[in-house]
Design a protein around this ligand. Structure first.
Ligand SMILES: [Zn+2]
Length: 437
C-alpha cells in the first residue's frame, strides 16, 4: 500500500527538528519513503490532501496498563488505599483473558483516536494483550511480569515458559521484562528480572519512586533510596525504563543519568493520586532521558497524550516559577522521540525520516481553539486536544480516520464487551466480598 499525504504542515521531529509548512510524506508498505517539500512523482493508492493540517510522528506513550481500561472511573475521589486495595485490586482477582483482550482493544481505540501509535504496556496475561495488538495492527511493547507470588524457585521457570509460549512473529510488538515495583517484588524477584533481561536481551520496566511511602519504606528496610537499592542490585546494568520517578534526590538523578535509565513521566496520574510532581526541569538539566506516559485510565483517567504534554509543560513552569522553563518543542520531542527511546525503538520510530516506520498522524488545525494559527508548535502543547486527530497510521496501515476505526473489531462491539465485562467483574467481586464477611 502506498499513501501520499500532501499539502501538510509537516513536523518531522528529526535531529534538526525540520518543519515543512507546505510539505508531504510518502509511505510505501510499512516505511516512510519521502519527507520534505511538495513534490510530484509518487503514484499512491491513497492520496490525502491534508489542507494545511499538521502531519507529524505518532505519540509514544511510555507507560500504560491497557487491560485496566474497564476500571475507568471506579472508586473515584477515594484515597489510594480505598481506590487500590478495596476496589481495583479485588477486581483483578476475577479478571479473565477474555476481559483483557477487549479492554486492551478499547485502550488501543482510545490511543489511535488521540494520535498515539505505540505504547509500553504492563499487565499480566500477556497472550490476551498480544492478540489485541495482533488483531488491531497497533505497535507496542508488552512487558512480561515475574509472578512474585509463586514460590521463589518456580518464578524463573514460569516466566520462561510464558515467554516461550508468546508468538514473536509480529514485527510491531517487542517485549520487556517487568518487575511491578520494589514494594511488591522481593529482592530475589528483582534479581530474577535482571537475570532474565540479561539472558533474553530484553529491557526492563518497573514503577519506581512513585510515593513517599515507597521511598521511606525502602530506606527503612534496605538502607537505601529505591534508585540506590536497584543500583546496588545491578538492576540498572541492563537497559531499563522506570515509570513515575517522582521522589528522587540529587544522587538518584546522577545514578539514573549514569546508567541511561529512561524515565516515563506520568503527570496526570501523579496529580490525581496526589503522589507528587516529578522534577522534570532538574532531570533535563542533568541529562536524564525523559518520555511521557499516561499510566492506566484507572488513575489518569485517559490515554490522552495532549493532556500529558500540557501538564508536563505547565507544571514544570509553575514549579520553577519560570514561564520559560521548558519550550514546547522539547515537550513534543519527549512525547515522540523520548517515547521511542524509552521503548528502545529509536532507530525505527519517533520521527518522520525516510527509512523509518510509517507511524504518522494528521491533526486538524481548523477548529476554533486553533485560531489564529500563530504558532503551530505551542498550539500543539497548549491549545490542541486529542479529538483534533483525524488520521492515525501505524506501520503504514490506517488504524483511524475521521471517526472510523480500522482495528480488527468494530468499535461498538468493543464497547459492548467492555460494558458487560466490567458489570460481571463488579458482581463477582462484591459476591466474593460478601462470602468473606
Ligand atoms: Zn503504572
Amino acid at each position: 500500500m502506498k499513501i501520499r499525504l500532501y499539502n501538510a504542515y509537516v513536523i518531522t521531529c528529526n535531529d534538526n527538528f525540520d518543519i515543512y509548512p507546505n510539505g508531504e510524506v510518502w509511505i510505501e508498505d510499512d516505511k516512510i519513503v519521502y519527507v520534505g517539500k511538495s513534490k510530484v512523482g509518487f503514484m499512491a493508492d491513497k492520496v490525502v490532501n491534508c489542507m494545511g493540517d499538521v502531519v507529524m510522528p505518532g505519540f509514544v506513550n511510555s507507560h500504560t496498563h491497557l487491560p485496566m481500561q474497564i476500571f475507568r472511573g471506579l472508586a473515584e475521589d477515594s484515597d489510594f488505599k480505598g481506590w487500590w486495595y478495596d476496589n481495583i485490586r479485588p477486581l483483578e482477582d476475577h479478571i479473565t483473558g477474555h476481559d483483557m483482550y477487549w479492554s486492551t482493544l478499547l485502550g488501543i481505540a482510545e490511543m489511535v483516536r488521540g494520535g498515539t501509535t505505540c505504547t509500553l504496556n504492563n499487565y499480566f496475561h500477556q497472550k490476551s494483550m498480544l492478540n489485541a495488538f495482533e488483531v488491531s495492527g497497533m505497535r507496542g511493547a508488552i512487558a512480561i511480569d515475574v509472578r512474585y507470588k509463586l514460590p521463589k524457585e518456580e518464578r524463573r521457570n514460569e516466566w520462561e515458559n510464558r515467554h516461550a509460549s508468546l508468538d514473536k512473529g509480529n514485527p510491531l510488538v517487542t517485549f520487556f521484562v517487568s518487575s511491578h515495583s520494589i514494594f511488591s517484588v522481593d529482592e530475589q524477584g528483582l534479581n530474577d528480572c535482571t537475570a532474565l533481561a540479561k539472558k533474553y536481551g530484553l529491557p526492563q520496566s518497573i514503577h519506581l519512586c512513585e510515593t513517599l511511602n515507597e521511598v521511606g519504606n525502602c530506606v527503612k528496610e534496605h538502607g537505601f533510596t529505591p534508585v540506590k537499592y536497584l543500583e546496588q542490585l545491578g538492576f540498572f546494568d541492563y537497559p531499563t525504563t522506570i515509570a513515575h520517578g517522582i521522589h528522587v534526590d540529587k544522587e538518584d538523578i546522577e545514578i539514573l543519568r549514569k546508567y541511561d535509565v529512561k524515565v516515563s513521566i506520568n503527570m496526570s496520574s501523579n496529580l490525581k493520586l496526589a503522589s507528587g510532581i516529578a522534577p522534570i526541569y532538574t532531570y533535563i538539566k542533568n541529562g536524564v532521558d525523559l518520555s511521557l506516559g499516561t499510566d492506566s485510565v484507572a488513575s489518569n483517567n485517559s490515554l490522552n497524550m495532549f493532556k500529558e504534554m500540557f501538564l508536563a509543560a505547565s507544571i514544570t513552569k509553575v514549579v520553577m516559577k519560570d514561564a520559560a522553563a521548558i519550550p514546547a518543542k522539547d515537550i513534543i520531542l519527549m512525547a515522540t522521540r523520548g517515547g521511542a527511546r524509552a521503548l528502545f525503538l529509536e532507530d525505527k520510530i519517533g520521527q518522520l525520516t525516510e527509512g523509518y516506520q510509517a507511524d504518522v498522524i494528521r491533526i486538524n488545525t481548523k477548529e476554533p481553539h486553533w485560531q489564529p494559527v500563530n504558532d503551530v508548535i505551542t498550539h500543539l502543547v497548549y491549545s490542541a486536544s486529542a479529538s483534533d486527530v483525524v488520521m492515525t497510521i501505524v506501520g503504514g496501515r490506517v488504524l483511524y480516520e475521521k471517526g472510523s476505526f480500522y482495528i480488527g473489531e468494530s468499535y461498538s462491539n468493543i464497547c459492548d464487551h467492555c460494558e458487560n465485562n466490567i458489570k460481571r467483574l463488579i458482581q463477582e467481586r462484591d459476591l466474593a466480598k460478601k462470602e468473606n464477611l
